[in-house]
Design a binder for this molecule. Sequence first.
Ligand code: C2E
Ligand code: SIN
Ligand code: SIN
Ligand code: SIN
Ligand code: FE
Ligand code: FE
Length: 434
Amino acid sequence: MTSRNIQKIFAAFKKIIELHHTLCYNKVAIDSLMERCLSFLMHEAHELEFPRFKRDLTSEQMLRVIFDYTAKIANERTLDNVLILMANMGREMVVADRCSVWLIDERSQELFTTVAHGVKEIRLPLRSGLVGHAVETGEPIFIDDAYTDTVYRDVLLSGAIAVDKRTGYRTKAMMVVPFRNNDGVIIGAYQAINKMTEAEVFSGKDLEYLTLAASYSGKSIESVMLQNEIEETQREIIFTMGEIGESRSKETGNHVKRVAEYSYVLALGLGMPQEDAELLKMASPMHDIGKVAIPDSVLKKPGKLTDEEYDIMKAHTVIGYNLLKNSNRRILKTAAVVASQHHEKWNGKGYPNGLREEEIHIFGRITAIADVFDALASDRVYKKAWELDRILNLFKEERGQHFDPRVVDAFFEQLPEIVRIRDTYQDQLPEEAM
Ligand code: C2E
Ligand code: SIN
Ligand code: SIN
Ligand code: SIN
Ligand code: FE
Ligand code: FE
């Protein structure tokens, strides 16, 4: 109950008391006034129990909202979830009834938004509505009442008011704030509808807050979109490069596919998080990329390598590392580690750096087993495929020597799945590959 209403009630009671003293014969007037007072009080009581209005956030509440949401948003990797969190943050910051974050889809010339988990996105033609107007001009839009506003009358009649007619909602105050990516290009807009405080209109402060949220949104959304796109592109490039590396040595493309799948199964078997296992799966196809620089005379030699030739061959790890190491991208950084370390051995007798035990990154230790298993289980230009039992015996011998004992244990635990992968991705033309 606001102090203004309390004053009204006091005034009414004062009036009653006055009436009682001076016009005590006028019972009708007093009754009527009492009635009005009572009804007014009941209304206020209802308000107290079911407040019609909310309050603007205090500074502490505002900081808490921004702090909580930005932390959540920073951890989100899917665009839908980021859009929903952004919208919720904006709604809480300016105490709006509804809030949406719209993005421009350049390809289809549409605006789209995600309103809730599991709900399909909503799409509008790019040039439509207030949002379309705001992203076109780059200026924020501020409306106190959609039904009396004259500036955006036409847009409102065909947009918000038309939607209200269908839904029964009553749009009053609106605020639209466009936002930009890191290059200053407008990529979308925040839209807040209906202010839920007693004022029922958005203030200049609200515009500031939504602009703040919008400037943060532009950056977060772009980084999530870029991240998705880059990782997709990287996946393709890496896989293709891995295939090229292997095809040079006449191993079929299925070698990289199998090594990727074995690595993934082993990583999960070791209890690593799904995200890490997926990262390794994307990076491990690159392990032999350095072979692109090894001369055919060595790479395709049908027989055993001389010591000198083997030294040349070993350089594929360092070459691969140097090809990949300068990237800042997560997948390529990981691929660089795997390229560099997949021939290191648990006992320190591997190459190129003679690392031992946990000096070797877990991704290197996993790829080592995946790679050797696949090399042994396949025909190579220099050798025939081994029987499974012979490979398993070697792995038992090499447990704690060539290979991390924990990874060998995971290999044996996952053996049915490993064999299933081997059989699913068989090399199609073994006689040609030879
Ligand atoms: P790769 O063919 O992909 O083999 C990967 C790894 O599997 C080898 O690493 C080795 O640890 C294991 N491996 C493959 N075949 C055998 C085998 O018959 N017996 C045993 N015990 N292990 C085997 P490594 O030795 O560092 O070789 C790296 C790469 O050098 C090989 O990749 C392959 O491209 C090449 N290479 C190795 N030895 C020869 C060879 O005698 N002739 C030719 N032409 N290339 C060789
Ligand atoms: C508009 O910007 O007017 C379209 C979005 C809506 O109000 O639902
Ligand atoms: C793991 O997460 O299981 C790998 C930890 C390690 O051995 O480095
Ligand atoms: C090597 O050590 O030369 C490669 C493995 C093999 O062919 O035995
Ligand atoms: Fe290799
Ligand atoms: Fe390989």
